[in-house]
Design a protein around this ligand. Structure first.
Ligand SMILES: C[S@@+](CC[C@H](N)C(=O)[O-])C[C@H]1O[C@@H](n2cnc3c(N)ncnc32)[C@H](O)[C@@H]1O
Length: 341
């Protein structure tokens, strides 16, 4: 799987060190633009497009300090709460403000999709295709201390990055993270009707109920990881059953029987309510993203053909996106879907 969602600052920003010049876009891409009535000149304008950051809620009083660290002013985005623009050449990854979890690197389009989801206190939110987690963090910030958030991604190493993000920004309390294929994911939000097994001793519990999450892995898990490493499969395949790689203290799982949560009986009356809001952020071609297209100057223009223009790849993306939506419509959604791709 190609990784188009690189961490902030890992790829030089287009136009950072040099004057903008017309990009040597491949003929097939120029043809694609012409067929769709698009002016290729827009892809040379990245130097004029601001960079966006999101302020961690509660950090408003530290704006002056953050401006000092970033060595630039923060300009409020009037239509997107918590978002600010900074000049495009400013790199945030090496700054204290970013490392200490005061700001997020996230673009305005992503923020707009989350805002449109209209998350309300108490909502149970599902983020399908959650990694590396910029939107998941925004959802967690919006939920605050109510409701629940479930993040799902097929790539374990990418979902582990989400876990790191949640921990860095102290956001994981109400969150669960499942490595799973989103097209068949059917685990519901925790339902208050499920019986909690409280006050059991370790012996009685016998590993069959959720106790508080710990990063310490069992011998069985370590063996599994070793095997996956040896076969190189950890980056590629979803496990046949969803694998829970993180859950927060208030995600509702502590004290519940694993079997009730992970394999609920079909038509179980405790499992009738689905998620209130669902975000599906499946992979896309990125052909509409000026900044992404400019990055091919760094990655090599040939890879643009392979990653963006290849008809087979586009068809494959469609074959991924449709089942993701279809699965949701059949099983999960109470209220709302946003397709961010
Ligand atoms: C555009 S990225 C998601 C970006 C993410 N929402 C964020 O804000 O950082 C697409 C993600 O979809 C995941 N993905 C692809 N196929 C999937 C599937 N069948 N089920 C679940 N996740 C999938 C990829 O591993 C990748 O992490």
């Amino acid at each position: 799987m190609e990784d188009m969602d690189r961490a902030e600052g890992s790829v030089p920003e287009p136009g950072e060190d040099k004057q903008e010049a017309p990009l040597p876009l491949p003929p097939a891409f120029l043809e694609f633009l012409s067929e769709n009535g698009l002016d290729p000149a827009v892809y040379s304008t990245a130097a004029t497009i601001p960079r966006y950051i999101r302020l961690k809620p509660g950090m408003e009083s530290q704006i002056a300090e953050i401006e000092g660290e970033l060595k630039c002013g923060l300009e409020k985005v009037s239509w997107l709460p918590g978002f600010y623009t900074i000049p495009p050449q400013v790199q945030i990854a090496g700054t204290k403000a970013y490392q200490q979890g005061k700001i997020y690197g996230i673009d305005a389009a992503s923020g707009a999709a989350i805002l449109a989801l209209d998350v309300r206190p108490g909502d149970h939110v599902l983020d399908l295709c959650a990694a590396p987690g910029a939107k998941l963090c925004m959802l967690a910030d919006m939920l605050g201390s109510t409701g629940s958030l479930t993040g799902v991604d097929v790539a374990k190493h990418r979902l582990s990055a989400c876990r790191t993000m949640l921990q860095k920004y102290s956001l994981g309390d109400r969150t669960r993270l499942f490595v799973a294929d989103g097209t068949s994911f059917s685990i519901l939000p925790v339902n208050s009707n499920l019986r909690r097994m409280e006050g059991l001793t370790d012996l009685e519990e016998n590993g069959s109920t959720f106790s508080e999450w710990t990063s310490r892995r069992t011998w069985k898990d370590r063996q599994k990881a070793k095997k996956a490493n040896a076969t190189g499969s950890q980056h590629l395949l979803a496990p046949s059953e969803p694998e829970l790689i993180y859950y927060g203290k208030h995600s509702g799982l502590v004290g519940l029987r694993k079997s009730d949560v992970l394999c609920p009986a079909v038509n179980d009356e405790t499992c009738t309510s689905g998620y209130d809001k669902v975000l599906v952020d499946a992979e896309c071609t990125h052909d509409g993203s000026i900044k992404h297209i400019q990055k091919f100057e760094f990655w090599g223009w040939k890879t643009l053909d392979r990653r963006v223009l290849d008809a087979e790849r586009t068809d494959n993306l469609l074959q991924l996106q449709l089942p993701l939506l279809h699965g949701l419509l059949l099983k999960l959604v109470d209220t709302c879907i946003i397709l961010a791709a």
